[in-house]
Each structure stands twice: as C-alpha cells, then as structure tokens.
Design a protein around this ligand. Structure first.
Ligand SMILES: Nc1nc2c(ncn2[C@@H]2O[C@H](COP(=O)(O)OP(=O)(O)OP(=O)(O)O)[C@@H](O)[C@H]2O)c(=O)[nH]1
Ligand SMILES: [Mg+2]
Ligand SMILES: [Zn+2]
Ligand SMILES: [Zn+2]
Length: 250
C-alpha cells in the first residue's frame, strides 16, 4: 500500500533513497531557492504526517530508537520484548544499511519483525516506514518499535510519524555527545543511558552527561539502564506503559 507517495508498490527502493547529504541541515527559512534537501524533507514531512494519522487511527504507540552504532538499541529491544511480550503486543521495524541481523535477533524472541535495508542511505525515512508497517497487523499491535540506522546525525532530521524519538547513548561513547550532536538529543523525548554496568571500567561522568543533555534539551527525560544486567529496565517499562496508556485512552 502506498498512501500518497506516488510510488509503485514493490518498487520503493528507488533512487530517491540514495541521496546526497544536503538533508543534514534544514535550509534556513527565507532562502531564495528550494534546495533538493528542502524538497526531500518537505516530502518526508508529508509522508510522516500520513503515517502519524494512520498510526493514530489504530491507537498505536510508535517509538523511533536512535543512536550511534552499537549503543545497544537491538539489545534493549530484545530484553524489553522478552520481559513485556505477555503484557503488550509489539511489532518491530529494523533499519540498517545491510543485513537482516537485527530483524533475525528480534524474530528469535517471537515478536513480528521486518528488516528495512537502506543500502547507501544513512537513516530511515517516512516512506520506508509507511511500507514497512504494511508487514504487520497494526490493529492487534500496541507498540511499534522502529530501530533506526545507527547514526547520531541524519535520523534526527527525519520524522517517521512516531510519537517519540528515544535516544540511546552508552557509557563508552563519552559524556560530551549531547553537545557534539545536539540535534539528535533535542529531537528525543527520552534518553536512555545504556551499559551502566560498564561504569566502573570507563571514565564516564553520568551526571555531566545528564547536564549536557539537559543543556541542549531541558525537557528530555533521562533513564539509566543496563539491558545486559537489567538495572533500570523497570523504569523504562513504566515509561512505555504510561505512554501506551495515554495513547490508548479514548
Ligand atoms: N556491557 C554491556 N554491553 C551491552 C549492553 N547493551 C548492549 N551491549 C553490547 O553492545 C553491543 C552492541 O549492541 P547492539 O544491541 O547490537 O547495538 P545497536 O545499537 O543495535 O547497534 P546497531 O544496530 O549496529 O546500530 C553488543 O555486543 C551488545 O551485547 C549493556 O547494557 N551492557
Ligand atoms: Mg541494532
Ligand atoms: Zn510508496
Ligand atoms: Zn546522511
């Protein structure tokens, strides 16, 4: 199905996904010419709005997990699905440049998963997500988890029609990342600081990291977790339950 992107069904891995990096910054308002990047983002915003309306009609709670490669997005999903699958119906869209490794890991938990390969693309866009969602029975799904391509830059600019972006930052990455990649941390409603089991072994000041995150986004919620050991996961589950309940109330 294609809501209004105009592409032919089964033909959506088109050249438009292999764009240059002009999208990395939104052109300043009042610019004289429409750049390719602006056209691309305007189209993405239109398709994201269509996704959002479709998801709202199903009272689906939709999260877009964003982080640099290896922060633990898939690991967090695996543990979350195993712990909550008796309580909440999930579906998972996985975005990576290549391989179906992550979708295979999710499928091993028994949860419906679909892999999107972006090829040269550095992020998921609303068009890919609209088609990806066709692989699930949304009417019986409560939460759609979208794991974005590991990249702290480009996914920040692309609305997928999600309710919230959830940023994951692991303690091996350095506490300065919110200052160096502010757009991602501004776009996120929740920051999961992952791998806190490694804190004894790395010079990572978690309070400094939180201060930096709040400097770029004063409203951001922050939870500390170790999906390996399970620390802090209950607070994340509670955050999911609260968001879902809000979304499903009449
Ligand atoms: N010590 C520790 N390791 C973790 C934790 N969470 C994830 N890892 C490890 O970190 C590595 C990367 O985890 P993934 O879940 O694949 O990370 P990802 O963000 O999905 O990576 P991409 O999809 O490539 O962007 C794996 O070796 C995990 O076992 C954690 O809480 N503690
Ligand atoms: Mg992953
Ligand atoms: Zn399409
Ligand atoms: Zn890019």
């Amino acid at each position: 199905m294609c809501i209004d992107c105009g592409c032919a069904e089964h033909h959506h891995h088109s050249d438009e996904h292999h764009h240059d990096h002009t999208h990395d910054q939104r052109p300043s308002p009042g610019g004289r010419k429409l750049s390719i990047g602006e056209n691309l983002l305007a189209k993405n915003d239109r398709l994201a709005a269509a996704n959002r309306a479709r998801f709202a009609a199903q009272r689906l709670f939709v999260l877009n997990l964003v982080s640099s490669p290896g922060s633990g997005k898939t690991s967090i999903l695996e543990r979350t699905l195993r712990d909550l699958q008796d309580e909440i119906n999930f579906a998972v869209l996985e975005g990576d440049q290549q391989t179906s490794n992550d979708a295979d890991r999710i499928a091993a938990t028994g949860i419906p998963a679909h892999q999107i390969n972006t090829g040269a693309g550095c992020h998921l866009d609303a068009h890919m997500v609209g088609h990806g969602a066709d692989h699930f029975d949304l009417a019986t799904t409560d939460i759609l988890m979208i794991e974005n391509v590991g990249n702290l830059v480009c996914p920040a600019a692309f609305d997928l029609g999600e309710d919230h972006k959830v940023a994951v930052l692991s303690v091996t990455e350095g506490e300065d990342k919110p200052l160096k990649y502010p757009q991602m941390f501004q776009a996120a409603n929740l920051l999961l600081i992952n791998k806190i089991d490694l804190l004894p072994y790395v010079p990572f000041d978690i309070e400094t990291c939180k201060t930096f995150a709040r400097q770029v986004n004063p409203a951001v919620e922050i939870l500390e977790v170790s999906c390996l050991k399970g620390d802090g996961m209950d607070a994340w589950y509670q955050w999911l339950r609260t968001g879902l309940a809000k979304k499903q109330q009449p």
